[in-house]
Design a protein around this ligand. Sequence first.
Ligand code: IVH
Length: 691
Amino acid sequence: MQPGLPTETRPLRGDERQREVAQRRVEELRDVINAHDYRYYVLDSPEVTDAEYDALMRELRQLEAEFPELILPESPTQRVGGRPTELFAPVQHRLPMRSLDNAFSDEELAAWAARVERRLGARTDCVCELKIDGLAVSLTYEDGALVRAATRGDGLVGEDITANVRTMRSVPMRLRGKGLPRVLEVRGEIYLPVKAFERLNAELTGRGERPFANPRNGAAGSIRQKDPAVTASRPLRLWCYALGFAEGVTVSRHSEALDFLKHLGLPVNPELKRVRTLKEAQDFCAYWQAHRHDVDYEIDGAVVKVDALEQQRELGETSRAPRWAIAFKFPPEERTTLVKSISVNTGRTGKVTPFAVLEPVRVSGATVTYATLHNEEEVRRRDVREGDTVIVRRAGEVIPEVVGPVLSKRPPDARPWRFPKKCPACGTKLVREEGEADWRCPNRVGCPSQAIEWLFHFASRGAMDIEHLGYVTGMQLLEQGLVKDPADIFFLTAEQLGQLPNTGEKSVGNLLSAIESARHRPLWRLLVGLNIRHVGPFAARLLTQRFPSMDALRQLSLDELQSVQGIGPRIAQSLHTWLQQPENTRLLDKLRRGGVQLQDEAPATEPSATGPLSGKAVVITGELETLSREEATQAAEAAGARVTSSVSKSTAFVVVGARPGTKYDKAQALGIETVDEQEFLRRLGRSRPLH
Ligand code: IVH
């Protein structure tokens, strides 16, 4: 420091000069990077290659590392950073986030338009948009800076996802332009582009992790990450479709609001159209129904909105949805493809399930290569043969299934398919018990297919939750003879794991610490992992709440087991038999020797009276994978839901399993939300955590 000289005229020392040069370059780089993001995500006309963009980011990162005092929270390098303490905390929306009513045909769309014009006593112009199948988000900007991102939740209260949304390059951390509103809330849909979804699934499968059923689940799963760095690695995108709470913004049309959002640097989907007549709106819907795969993201319909905001206000809204907008929903997609072969797979309980190996085909946003054929009777009933051209669809847009063959395309030499007599994995003769639909492989101990499926199930999120132990590692452990049953996992050494292909020191360490955590899981998780028929997570929790130790459970008579509320004779019998079998006593002893806790330290808490589904009417259809119907019903009720047997307008959502019944069609017709089992478990898990 040279005292006496005013700052401006003081000659700069070498490091100060360097710092000043760095500061200028840092500012320039930030502007350039933000401008490239804007060109890429909003204008859809990038000017640089990915490599050039990466080089700019690298340079910025290096400079910030050298001069940490130059780092600002809104720097593009700071998208992952800060401590996400608020993640998933409840956020009250300033204005409710409503849903949309649905139209399933041209007539229903016309009826909506007629209602609108009757109420208004005037004709209307509308805006037609694509209905993006992703995850609704509300973004709040204060003085131009992104301060909050929240999920829709129940429409009134959502969850804070700011830390994760900040990692998305398509979401500007700062709005463009001057004179920005003090508070601006924007609504839009976060989605995963189809190609990114396919890449992500390939990656997950490669790591032995469970892939996502569709891009929507992929987007939701990526946003729900506890670690923003994981979200950052997923190429999530955003389309904004509405202005929410906006202080001092004066626009008179929805179309103007969208232009305004675009002007602020927010991504607005370009495929929108202002229309003056019903016919034009219908044409827009028909065009996009036929061209839904021309865009690289999933759309499940089109949305028609009254353009003039004054008319919107006049029409108002119901508690569920605005009267000034309607979603035209596309029918579930059906595709035809070739059955290359029919095979069977032996699952973890020995159940043998037939499935069709298909010529890969895109259905509802995912490439389908396998489709379940459920059981022998189903194959016979649908008469699906190898070589057939079949119609494929995704039940509940999730589980791929074969609707039936196209008989006109059947090759003359196609023969009816015969269920194999032996297990494809171990050659054991299959058995089918009286009154059962399924064939089973009785070789519980020696069948390699049951072994891997059991190991995978044991380590899965719904059971012992052993991170880093997926399909691939499981297979290697079994193939190398290091593990014969899941109890052997707890005897693995670093040396043994180090011998597996592609495992470095770090992954061995990760796996060992995941195994260590699994030694202390609540008892219900172990019970689920043990693969006892009919004992799913719900039954396991009921049992361990009453009897929080394995020793206590083993001493119970059949009657005592049945006396546990919610435990029916089928579950009690199955558990009782399992606990009496000597090989299972040996398994439990081995687990104990491996350091696994066979009792709960403190009894698990009772389910809360005001659960996450409190007051909601829920319908269940089809067969679920991990829960029996009885368990699913009890679990939903314990979470506060009413489980009803038929779908109506007041149904909150329908849980769709394999082979859903007419309730699924009804849900589609009424536009009621359908969810798969994974999503159902997630919704249950909020007040009764599965962890
Ligand atoms: S407008 C008050 N426009 O669809 C009206 N929604 O099924 C708010 N969605 O919750 C919705 N694309 O998450 C609107 N272009 C679009 C949309 C869209 C997708 C989602 C949104 C909404 C859901 C209703």
